[in-house]
Design a protein around this ligand. Structure first.
Ligand code: UDX
Length: 440
């Protein structure tokens, strides 16, 4: 089939490459000529494991091309996917739909008489699909097919998703989408068909649930801190109950990134507009718990630095909002780094992939070339993104390079006993202090 994909960010670039992998002829469209030039040259402008290989493979095979021309796209495609961003508005928690609207209007202006299906994948407030369908009336049919991909697993989540949600208003639209995804469906992926509002809500509800799960365990971490209990043991124990499950129960500095924080705010804002604000009032608390964990980390850092961060050298391991990503949007790690910097700390950051993005966004922080380089001469080390290479560091070697070996594990990921045995004062959010052992 001939498909177009509007927007070539995390979602669109991945979707375009994966659709080519499924055997379709794909044209990726973006208004940013630099992005299009990079993609044409086989370069992914962000870090996503496995994506560049697919891009190179399919730009070479000719199945995947890129353009900035809406006219070309409208003439090319039978199915048009809308994959542009819906960021948080500057003046409220609501979603900014400018890009989605611009794609639909731009495409509409160039569509001819051939039948076309426009498929929304962007995360939007419930009610958007209905509104867009009206705008397209007489020109194209609309369907809503939300994405659920996680950064770092985007290719896998697109080619082997947990489920496909097809928000459709007609049998032919459903049949066309089933044809697009035929290899994925044949591989056993469950398909849920729904009306527009349900399809839109599936996405926001899923993200709200995940954010709530993380904030739930972080609220437990707060209670653990007040009682001397250990949240990691608590999480393990409750996670054995299959109804609860152990995934997304890792306490720490909380969630960040381009999706969960903005999506729960937009969802709550939309509920207010719909007159059902009380139903989602708890999401404000989910957000507040999440942000409190960042404050707590700064507070604990200050405590460990004898009451003041002024002039203290603080090594921050991690800048990305999670491992296997170079995305620093709403990164808890960099938020904490900046707050410590504002309190007079001398912060040195290292991240395996997100250095360029971090440097551009926060030029006032210092940056190291490696984790040991960041830790050299530190009064305090903060482990804030759980890259596997940080867990593999040798604590004894690092201890020798610090002024005082003190570490806060903000991700509950390091082996505290091992670090304590190497002479570190080891603290983790929601857990009792590890008794420090003499340096061997
Ligand atoms: C999320 C959803 O998982 C995905 O389905 C949706 O389509 C987009 O938003 P993503 O933003 O890529 O994906 O990240 P995710 O893996 O969900 O992690 C989000 C944040 O939560 C990260 O900052 C992560 O570090 C944090 N997190 C995750 C925790 O603090 N604890 C956990 O137990 C799990």
């Amino acid at each position: 089939m001939r498909l177009t994909v509007f927007g070539t960010g995390y979602l669109g670039a991945t979707h375009a490459a994966c659709m080519a992998e499924l055997g379709h002829e794909v044209l990726g469209v973006d208004v940013d000529p630099d992005k299009i030039a990079a993609l044409r040259a086989g370069r992914v402008p962000f870090y996503e494991p496995g994506l560049e290989e697919l891009l190179v493979k399919h730009t070479a095979s000719g199945r995947l091309r890129f353009t900035t021309s809406y006219e070309e796209a409208a003439a090319f495609g039978q199915v048009h996917f809308v994959c542009v961003g819906t960021p948080q508005r500057a003046d409220s928690g609501a979603a900014d739909l400018r890009h989605v609207d611009a794609v639909v209007d731009g495409l509409r202006a160039h569509l001819g008489d051939a039948p076309a299906l426009v498929v929304g994948k962007s995360t939007v407030p419930v009610g958007t699909a209905g509104r867009l369908a009206e705008r397209l009336e007489g020109k194209a049919e609309l369907a809503w097919n939300p994405e659920f991909l996680r950064e770092g697993f985007a290719v896998q989540d697109t080619l082997r998703p947990d489920r496909l949600v097809l928000g459709v208003r007609s049998k032919p639209a459903e049949a066309l989408l089933r044809e697009v995804y035929a290899p994925v469906i044949d591989a056993g992926t469950p398909v849920v068909t729904a009306d527009f509002p349900t399809a839109e809500l599936v996405k926001t509800a899923a993200n709200a649930f995940l954010a709530t799960k993380i904030s739930f365990i972080n609220a437990m971490a707060e209670v653990c801190e007040a009682t001397g209990a250990d949240v990691s043991v608590l999480a393990r124990a409750i996670g054995h109950d299959e109804r609860i499950g152990s995934r997304f129960l890792r306490a720490g500095i909380g969630f960040g990134g381009g999706c969960l924080p903005k999506d729960i705010r937009a969802f709550a804002a939309r509920a207010e507009e719909l007159g059902t604000g009380r139903s989602l009032a708890f999401l404000r608390e989910v957000d507040a718990i999440n942000l409190r964990r960042r404050e707590r980390t700064v507070e604990l850092s200050r405590e460990l630095c004898d009451g003041s961060l002024e002039g203290k050298r603080v090594a921050v391991l991690g800048a990305a909002f999670k491992p296997d990503s170079d995305d620093i949007r709403d990164s808890p790690a960099l938020d904490i780094a900046c707050r410590i910097h504002l309190q007079g700390g001398e912060v040195t950051v290292f991240d395996p992939e997100a250095m360029d993005n971090a440097r551009k966004a926060y030029p006032a922080l210092d940056y190291a070339v490696s984790a040991p380089d960041a830790v050299r001469g530190a009064d305090l080390v903060l482990h804030l993104t759980e890259w596997p290479q940080f867990a593999a560091l040798d604590p004894a070697e690092l201890a020798a390079a610090t002024v005082r070996p003190r570490i806060i594990d903000g991700r509950g990921f390091l082996d505290g006993a091992r670090w304590a045995a190497a002479g570190w004062e080891f603290r983790a959010l929601g857990r009792p202090a590890q008794p420090r052992q003499e340096r061997p």
